[in-house]
Design a protein around this ligand. Structure first.
Ligand code: NIG
Ligand code: FE
Length: 420
C-alpha cells in the first residue's frame, strides 16, 4: 500500500533533482521541471516514485493508494524551507514600527532599551503555555504559506531560565506538529541588561551550553544549531568566536547572524569555524564571500529585514557568481513580521536580483542545506521526505509572481505524504 498519489501535474518541479545544493545560475529551465508528472509517497512518508504520469499509472495500481489527488492544470513543488525564524516571543513591537517609519534606526531603538530588550522583557514574563499557543499559531500560518521545514530560534530570554523555557516550547512543537523544525539556541542574541558582553559570553559558555548538553543526553531537549548576533555594540568577533566554538564542541551546527549592520568579518570567521550558514551579510566583504564559497558555508539572505530596515541589499549576485550556496529565510520576528516564504522569494527577486529559479532553489534545497537537511529535504526525489505543495496554477512561477494573498493559490500543503 501507499500513502499518496499526486497525479498528472502540469508541472512537477523537482528543483535540482540531485542531492547537492544548487550553486549557480544555470539559466531558465534549470530546475528540472517535469510535464505531466506524477509522484508517489509511501507509507513511510518518503517519496517512492517520480515520473511521467502514464509510466507511474502502469507501475502502480490505483487500489494501493490511501489517497489520490488529481493535479491536472496544477503544479507540484517541494515544500518550502524557511532557514531563519524567531517565532517564540510575547509582546509585539508595532509601536517601534511607527518609530522606524518616523526615522529611528534599528540600533538607536536597541540602544535605548527597546528592540530585542523590549521583547525579552515580555517573553520572560510569559508562561510556557502562552508561548506555546502563539508559536503553534505562527507555525500554522507558516505552514499554510507553504513552509514545511522551518528553523526556530530561542534568544528572547538571554538568561538560562527563559532560554530553556523557549527551547522547551520549540521542542514541544517539534514533537506535536506536522511542520518540520530545526531548533537553534540563540542565547547570544543581545547582551542582557546589567551585564557586559564578556560576562554574558562567560555565562553562556560556562552555564548555558553545559545545560544544553545535559538535556540532550537525557533526551529532554534536542537543540540542532547555535547562533550569535555578531554585531557592533552586541557581540564582537572574539566573543562570537568563543561562543560558536563552544557550541560546536557540544555538537551544535554553527548558524549565526553576521555582517548585517556593520562589516564585522563574520563571514571570514564562519568559514574558519566550519559554520553551516551565516545569515544577513548585507555588509560582507569580497574576501568574506570567497571564504564562504570555499568553506561551503551557506548565505541565508533575509529580504524582509533589508526591506523593513531599508538596509543596503546584500550582494546576492556576487555571492552566486563566486559559488556561494545562497538560501533564504523569512526572519519572522517582532521587527520583520512576515510568515511567508513566497513573499520572501518575491522580494529576493525584485530587491536582490535573484532569478525565480534561483529564489526557489534558495527557498528549498539550499535552505535545507543551511539546516544540514539537504539529504532528506528540499527537492523531489526518491527517498526524500514527501513534503510538497500543490498550487492552483499551470506555471509554478506564480508562487513568486503573485505577492500577497497566496492562501488561494496554494491548494494543498503536504508533509510526509499527509495533507495538513
Ligand atoms: O535577524 N538581527 C538580529 N536579530 C533579528 C531581529 C530580532 C529582533 O529585532 O527582535 C534579525 O533581524
Ligand atoms: Fe534573525
Amino acid at each position: 500500500r501507499h500513502r499518496l498519489l499526486l497525479e498528472n501535474a502540469e508541472q512537477l518541479v523537482l528543483v535540482c533533482g540531485r542531492r547537492e545544493p544548487f550553486l549557480r545560475r544555470d539559466g531558465p529551465g534549470s530546475l528540472a521541471v517535469l510535464r505531466a508528472g506524477s509522484l508517489v509517497v509511501g507509507l513511510d512518508g518518503c517519496i517512492k516514485a517520480v515520473g511521467q504520469a502514464d509510466v507511474i499509472r502502469r507501475q502502480f495500481s490505483e487500489a494501493t493508494f490511501e489517497r489520490i489527488i488529481n493535479c491536472s492544470g496544477k503544479c507540484v513543488l517541494p515544500g518550502l524551507v524557511d532557514a531563519h525564524t524567531h517565532p517564540v516571543w510575547a509582546g509585539d513591537r508595532v509601536h517601534e514600527f511607527a518609530m522606524k517609519l518616523a526615522g529611528a534606526s534599528y540600533m538607536e531603538i536597541h540602544q535605548a532599551g527597546g528592540g530585542i530588550h523590549f521583547t525579552v522583557e515580555h517573553t520572560r514574563k510569559a508562561t510556557e503555555e502562552e508561548l506555546f499557543t502563539s508559536l503553534q499559531h505562527r507555525l500554522g500560518r507558516m505552514l499554510r504559506a507553504g513552509s514545511t521545514l522551518v528553523e526556530c530560534k530561542s534568544g528572547y530570554g538571554l538568561n538560562l531560565e527563559t532560554e530553556l523555557k523557549m527551547l522547551r516550547v520549540i521542542e514541544r512543537a517539534k514533537r506535536s506538529m506536522d511542520i518540520g523544525i530545526s531548533s537553534t539556541y540563540c542565547g547570544a542574541h543581545a547582551v542582557p541588561k546589567g551585564k557586559t558582553a564578556t560576562e554574558a559570553t562567560d555565562d553562556i559558555i560556562n552555564h548555558h551550553l553545559p545545560k544544553l548538553k545535559e538535556l540532550k543526553l537525557s533526551g529532554e531537549i534536542h537543540v540542532n544549531n547555535i547562533d550569535v548576533f555578531c554585531e557592533k555594540g552586541v557581540f564582537d568577533l572574539d566573543s562570537t568566536r568563543r561562543i560558536l566554538q563552544a557550541g560546536k564542541d557540544i555538537g551544535l551546527q554553527i548558524n549565526f547572524h553576521g555582517d548585517e549592520l556593520h562589516p564585522m568579518k563574520s563571514a571570514e570567521l564562519g568559514a574558519e569555524l566550519g559554520a553551516r550558514a551565516i545569515s544577513h551579510l548585507e555588509e560582507v566583504t569580497d574576501e568574506g564571500i570567497v571564504a564562504m564559497a570555499r568553506a561551503k558555508c551557506a548565505a541565508v539572505l533575509l529580504p524582509t529585514t533589508a526591506y523593513m530596515l531599508r538596509l543596503k541589499q546584500p550582494q546576492a549576485r556576487k555571492m552566486l557568481e563566486e559559488g556561494v550556496i545562497v538560501a533564504l529565510g523569512s526572519d519572522f520576528n517582532p521587527n520583520a513580521y512576515c510568515f511567508s516564504m513566497p513573499m520572501v522569494m518575491h522580494l529576493a527577486c525584485v530587491n536582490m536580483k535573484l532569478s525565480m529559479n534561483e529564489a526557489l532553489a534558495a527557498a528549498t534545497i539550499n535552505a535545507a542545506y543551511a539546516l544540514g537537511k539537504s539529504d532528506t529535504h528540499g527537492s523531489l526525489e526518491v527517498g526524500k521526505q514527501g513534503d510538497l505543495l500543490i498550487i492552483n496554477s499551470s506555471r509554478w512561477e506564480h508562487l513568486i509572481y503573485q505577492f500577497g494573498g497566496h492562501e488561494a493559490l496554494i491548494n494543498y500543503v503536504i508533509v510526509k505524504g499527509k495533507v495538513v
